[in-house]
Design a protein around this ligand. Sequence first.
Ligand SMILES: [Ca+2]
Ligand SMILES: [Ca+2]
Length: 511
Amino acid sequence: MDLCWSLALLLSLISFVLSQTQHRRFEYKYSFKGPYLAQKDNLVPFWTYSGNAIASEESVRITPSLRSQKGQIWTKNPTNFEWWEVDVVFRVTGRGRIGADGLAIWFTDKPGVEGPVFGSSDQWNGLGVFFDSFDNDNKRNNPYVMAMVNDGTKVYDHEHDGLSQQLGGCLRDFRNKPFPVRAKIEYYKNVLTLMIHNGMTNNEKDYEICMRAENVYIPPSGYFGITAATGGLADDHDVLKFLVTSLRSPEEMAVMQANAEEEERFRREFQEYQEKTKKARDEYVAQNPDSIRKEAEEEYETGEQRELRQIFQGQGQIHDLIRNLHAKLDEIIGRQERTLGLVSAVHSGMGGQVAPTGQVPPAQVGALPGDTIRRHEVDSILNNQRDIVATARDIKNFVNDIHQKSNQLLTNSQKPQGSVQPVGYDLHVTLNEMKEGLNIVKRDLGTANQRLTSGPAGGCPPVSCVSTGMFITFMVIQVVLLIGYIVYRGSSGDSEGCLVRWFSSRHEHFH
Ligand SMILES: [Ca+2]
Ligand SMILES: [Ca+2]
């Protein structure tokens, strides 16, 4: 019986997981990407472009960076799937610190025509995702990315950058990035999600969520488009890739699989299309060998480009490190919260049992991890703090002293040279010092004298003292000897030098 239940549970779990996984298919008829984006007739397969847009092999320049330009590119056919994901890779570049006006990605019931909303017509029916470069309402909140749904009645509030009309959005600087910026828009089961890759790294996974909204209703079938406009200020708006993936729920897939021929036909067509494109590309290269050379040249970089690349690589590494740190910090915070939860659980358990209010908890509780700091620890911390405060005060006094002295020195050095004042001051100080020194000597002598008179020996200590009579006798003998020696050396000359030498040697000896 138990086995039956677990099996049933497992099966329901599997069916739940399956119901959540969507079937994805790349829709090449609603996409474009390089190389060989625009073919030799300058047309983009399955797309039409107009206005100031220019298609090249690598990208579609929706507007060049010239004033008052408008460009559009729209799919030729409406979609035959309800849910989808669009991945748009683009660059907005301009020489100005501020750019204008911006770029819009559309999904509407019919293709737009040239108009006031980022190059397309107003009062559309469907979704618009705007990359608004210019701050019209001067709220310092641009470049801004936002999504707006319109049922064909609303007029876009250009003056306030559509702030009150948006479904959601985020502040992102998408201009002048080292790598292309990417936007991923997913519309699945009436949930709209917008993810932005800010173009600071070359890592395709660096998407961040910009907005998400539920209960979003737009036409089930429509046209994809991308338009742009410039104003008084201008940017290049270049789209490198526009990739559409259809998303089908397992129920829809079940219906589709019943019609397996349809799927097989799509697969065959896509294969043929890829082969045809490759052939056309090869032909083009055969006719224009210069294009290959140009690509090879682009592999070389100038010193400036290299420096920039290195800076961005370094920045990318820092970015990665910060992200790792962030993850670790989150982990630590998680652990801490778990620990705190455990501790509070233990605490509340103990509190209920042994620590009634108003009573000192027993010592046992002190051993628990949730215990607070104890009295003697508090005392020791307080004592330490007092010591630190006292030391700090000493240091402060010392510093004040030094400050005063240095001030004195400074005032002295600032006084004009040649005046009598500094000399007088020095003299004064020296005199004072001498006076003080003399005082110290006097005091020391006084103390020594006192000690001698009050000492237990009374007079001379018995060993090292010589009586006055003995000393005088010794001196007399020495003088006599000295005179005798001088008389003796007088005849041989140079008595003076010898006398000095002898005297100094005696002197040392005496000491
Ligand atoms: Ca604007
Ligand atoms: Ca604004």
